[in-house]
Ligand binder design. Structure first.
Ligand SMILES: [Mg+2]
Length: 370
């Protein structure tokens, strides 16, 4: 088991600790204010084994991208546990903390160039989104440790909520291919929400950081109730055109969004299809009455709700609209969605064993009224 102590004065820095298994064998220096973590093997023997026998030659280069502000600091709090769990494996670790918008994208891009074998992301859907946008269509496996506000992508992958359990799953699990989604020039992994959704995400990101998950989303919904206005939207799903005064349009590849709300309960992340939930404009009392149905996914039975599946989707409006992309808020007047089936490799994911491409070809997409 790992033990730790504060190092002597000549080595001490704020937050510095040394972790070791046995004195003089394998130890880890941890500086909370320094980006990089290194493993040193200082002795050739532990428990009577040589380095090669005990640990093997270091083979796997792992980049850990940790967002210290994800989930109100949840990732930062879990950092020592995550590192200790990773040290149990035969890997060369290189941890880097993000320092602002799109930094994770740049780190991921550099990790591709540097030849890392695995990128472990400790953060929320927004951090994963940035990493995926840095990878592009490179098939370097990523591992997900869900430490964010919503964690809907981690949920869709069947990853454990506990960070240590998630590390063990990433390091011991098999690599699965899931769909990668693109809207205009940006990749996403979980969801895009247009209209009401976009404003809800806007308020969730700006004003409700003291609460997490569904509660944060619920607070944002009530705030948005008093600011949202109906917008004329033209939605096209595989050639089928729907034009209506919109409350929201959610195009997702994961069944949940907003921290667990089952907006598209039938969505699969490896079927090669987008799931679409389109809702016509509702009054405030209607929204309040229908809101409880969203949590278990019962909103599909409402008259003003249309559910659809498709591979090629466009959303257009005469006026710019807010939309959220894996939690990040953006504005545009036209969105074109493209599906890249099984283009994202995720280590440790537990997904239904089906071929998304075959399913998409056998069952042509069609819109339906639930
Ligand atoms: Mg899908």
């Amino acid at each position: 088991m790992w033990k730790s102590f504060t190092p002597p004065g000549w080595l001490w820095q704020p937050g510095c600790r040394i972790y070791f298994r046995q004195p003089g064998c394998l130890f880890l220096l941890v500086f909370s204010g320094v980006e990089y973590y290194h493993i040193y093997i200082s002795n050739e023997a532990e428990h009577g084994k040589t380095v090669e026998e005990g640990y093997g030659v270091i083979q796997v280069k792992v980049k850990v991208i940790l967002n210290p502000v994800a989930g109100r600091g949840r990732a930062l709090k879990a950092k020592p546990q995550i590192l200790k769990a990773l040290l149990a494996y035969n890997a060369e670790l290189h941890l880097e903390e993000t320092k602002g918008d799109y930094h994770a994208t740049e780190i991921a891009r550099q990790a591709v160039r540097a030849g890392f074998d695995l990128i472990v992301v400790a953060g929320g859907d927004g951090t994963i989104n940035q990493v995926v946008n840095g990878l592009g269509e490179e098939r370097i496996p990523i591992g997900i440790i869900g430490c964010g506000t919503g964690n809907d992508f981690a949920r869709a992958l069947g990853m454990p909520a506990d960070p240590v359990a998630a590390v063990h799953r990433v390091m011991t699990g098999e690599t699965q291919l899931v769909d990668l989604c693109r809207v205009n020039q940006r990749y996403f992994v979980s969801s895009v929400g247009i209209g009401f959704d976009g404003e809800v995400a806007f308020h969730a990101n700006r004003g409700f950081r003291w609460v997490r998950g569904k509660t944060a989303y619920l607070c944002s919904i009530f705030k948005t109730l008093f600011s949202y206005r109906a917008q004329r939207i033209k939605l096209t799903v595989d050639g089928l055109v729907m034009e209506f005064n919109s409350l929201l349009v959610a195009v997702t590849n994961s069944p949940t969004y907003g921290g667990g709300y089952k907006i598209n309960p039938e969505a699969l992340i490896n079927d090669g299809l987008f799931d679409v939930c389109a809702v016509q404009y509702m009054s405030r009392p209607e929204i309040i009455a229908c809101l409880p149905l969203l949590l278990p996914g019962w909103h599909r039975s409402l008259k003003k709700v249309r559910m659809a599946k498709g591979r090629s989707i466009t959303v257009e409006s005469a006026e710019p609209f807010y939309y959220q992309l894996d939690g990040e808020v953006l504005t545009d007047k036209s969105l074109r969605f493209t599906m890249l089936p099984r283009a994202l490799a995720v280590k440790g994911a537990r997904v239904e064993p089906l071929s998304g491409l075959e399913v998409a070809e056998e069952k042509p997409a069609r819109a339906k009224e639930a």
